[in-house]
Design a protein around this ligand. Sequence first.
Ligand SMILES: [Zn+2]
Length: 501
Amino acid sequence: MAKANLMDYEKALELFEVVIGLEVHVELNTNTKMFCGCRNDFGDEPNTNVCPICLGLPGSLPAVNGKAIESSISIGLALGCQIAPTGRFSRKNYFYPDLAKNFQTSQYDEPIAFEGSIEVEVPSGNKYTVLIERAHMEEDAGKLTHIGGATGRIQGAEYSLVDYNRAGVPLVEIVTKPVYGSGAEAPELAAAYVRLIREIVKALGVSDARMERGNVRCDANVSLRPHGQEKLGTRTETKNVNSLRSIERAVRYEIQRQAQILANGGTITQETRHWHEDKGATSSGRPKSDADDYRYFPEPDLVPVQPSHEMIERLRAALPENPADRRKRLASEWGFAELEFRDVVNAGLMDLIEETVAQGAKPQSARKWYAGELSRIANAEEKDVSELNITPAQVAELANLVESGKINDRIAREVLSAVLEGAGSPEQIVKDRGLEVVSDDGALIAAIDEALKSQPDVLEKIREGKVQAAGAVIGAVMQAMKGQADAARVRELVLERAASL
Ligand SMILES: [Zn+2]
């Protein structure tokens, strides 16, 4: 894949206005699938959660999952949408091996929710109103695994495996209207929007919302037009970008790529594109015209969905605290400075810190671990902090070991590495490896006395009041204690002993 020429980002923004549009698929966590009683479970043996309905065998009859309808309405309400009093499912006809039915059952012209809006805050603190065009229900397709290709893609693969466990899993697709006016912040806005959708569906309890498992997937539409031009430019749709970081990078890349082509007099092909995290680039997918003909027609085997007024009002009354209120509440409960809190939100650490505090950690020490060491490690491994192999309970345990003075910061980092490698819980690791700090003054004093005796010139200087000379002795003692001592306590004792020897 040849890397495209990219225009400098600032220059692209000088020449063009950026318009984005986002389509987010949310997989619902109902017990069963959208139209049949098969289990909706991630990670089961392939092709074990299947039946004639989700395989589309002749004569099978689907029935709508009532819980999926409720979850979809809750999502619509949380996005400020109107709920349709009646809505039909349609058949979207196309052939692909992951779709055994040869059509996807989806909502076409009658989505369950429409015309909403949410406010999205980006890292700079700027807020944008994103208008929601619709949120509709549909079913997921199966999962193809391509074997033999270099990157797991179909290109170059020798054969493909299909798992229909995911076929028929309920999805809600949330589609925004075109978003104007975000300028240089378009990439950040795209990522912040998806983060907010995740927060909302998690708070509603309707999805596990784990991007790395594909519970939340984003297609990002990007188009450019010269400033002042009314007609929208041709857009590309970058598919299934599966982390917040990738969304931001993919949108930025498309802006720079399209700007370069347009500025050179070229035209943008309306197409889907794929994001390659490793190369930091998108590549051409398939052409996509607005007139793609899926021969939609109303699903004859399903009755229309007609949620009652009582049901909608019951779900409205049960909506959780909205994300803006929740942020305000947490900011005041945790007592973080405004900038600290904003960093936490932008780094996607709010949920993790909340869970860690619930496990007994102090808010500031939870913040310190996530924003510091854990973010550093996640960055180095190009992962999301939430993907690291450590639970909030373990972070709380680690934070409390440091707070209580049982281990110092240096040892704590060592323990953290061990936890990430799967060696067990922090307390267990400290116990197994004998890492607790030496809090027995007797042992410290013995080491201090020996160090002072072997460095008589240092002892002399300390006695003369040059306390900074104590550093050499403290260092020697810390080394003798293999770093497992509280340096402040060692310093106190060194000064005491130097005076009394
Ligand atoms: Zn089934």
